[in-house]
Write a protein that binds this ligand. Sequence first.
Ligand SMILES: [Fe+2]
Ligand SMILES: [Fe+2]
Length: 168
Amino acid sequence: MPKELLTHADVIAEEAKGAKPYSPGASKKLIDLMNAGASREIQVAIQYIWQHIMARGIMSESVSKVLEETAIAEMKHYEKIAERIDYFGQRPTTKPAEIKFGDSIKEMLELDKKAEEEAIKLYKEIISVAKAQNDPTTAFIFQEILEQEEDHHYKFSTLLDKDKAMHL
Ligand SMILES: [Fe+2]
Ligand SMILES: [Fe+2]
């Protein structure tokens, strides 16, 4: 029976039988890893939206558009991760990891490609830790985010190749 449907007398009766009410939990290791992911999501949301504004000024409408769309996707990742941390009764971080902007379009895209590579590595680790701790929901949430990070990595790599081809 869901906890909220139990009367006080039921709870006392259940506890007397030795049954503990359900309470979601996650290891400190998993919470720390998820908070590292949350920090990275805030970092890239700000990094990409700033670059979106700068790239528009420098030259590229197409790069600028991709940066804007990706920044919004990263903010949604932060929401997903923060919700999951909150579900476990912990406080999601509000501190970004180190933001790196870059001075040229090429430098921006190189930094962004690297940020995506680091996110991919971290999220694969989170998925394997979650699975090892019998937490398929956290693993599933990060699998969905991971798929999008791989897409971001592909987009930045493609733009970087185009950029190199044009000697910009
Ligand atoms: Fe993300
Ligand atoms: Fe990403």
